[in-house]
Ligand binder design. Sequence first.
Ligand code: ADP
Length: 246
Amino acid sequence: MIKLEQIHKSFGTLHVLKGIDLTIERGKTAVIIGPSGSGKTTLLRCLNLLEVPDTGTITLGSETIEFSADKQLKTSAVAGFRQQTGMVFQNYNLFPHLTAIQNVMEGQLTVKGIAKAEARKYAAAQLEKVGLADKADMYPHQLSGGQQQRVGIARAMAMDPDVLLFDEPTSALDPELVGEVLKVMKNLANEGMTMVIVTHEMQFARDAADLVIFMDEGAVIEAGTPEEVFDRTKNARTLQFLNKVQ
Ligand code: ADP
């Protein structure tokens, strides 16, 4: 489903991703952990081309893109990647002047050109799924952070992506609101959604991940089941990180 081969990305002289190789199978939940600045968010953003890798190859479903400095990206390939992925951002990124349901409808109307009545029906179903059917007509400022983030998840799902990408979805939330968002994410995982999640929530990674990916200094240090990475690792860098955060 998702395959990265030798992905490199620099910002100016800063070499952020140093040859990432990774495979994530359909229906699995992959959780990326690692110290701040290790390149986790950049890697995630490469999957929907919010960042464009310098070199390497990414396969997403039936679409493969080979990156190189002298090669122009094909518009159709970019559109293919965008269509297959939905992104949930740390700071929700909701439109403040639109209600919850209008936020969820927006992509269907503007990107997919779906008729308003149909878009509204589908958006309502997504809000129901994240437990916010009764908040459909509220504006973001009338919602708690946890509720806003659940609208963010409903909005991503409304586009019917093959893969949901989460960039530290709970790190802007007050501690008491984290649980409701993680619960929605766990439900999606149980339904077989393919998800790639950057998070500092180690307990969530233990409970929900099929694959835990530990990154440090722009490289994947190890990838395995939660048991392999959390309980049985012998890797010194992984152990050092886990000792600090657990
Ligand atoms: P993480 O998610 O693991 O904290 P990031 O991927 O956000 O790491 O960042 C990795 C490094 O790349 C950091 O040093 C960060 O400052 C740098 N970086 C990220 N995005 C940009 C950007 N758009 N321009 C310049 N440097 C960036």
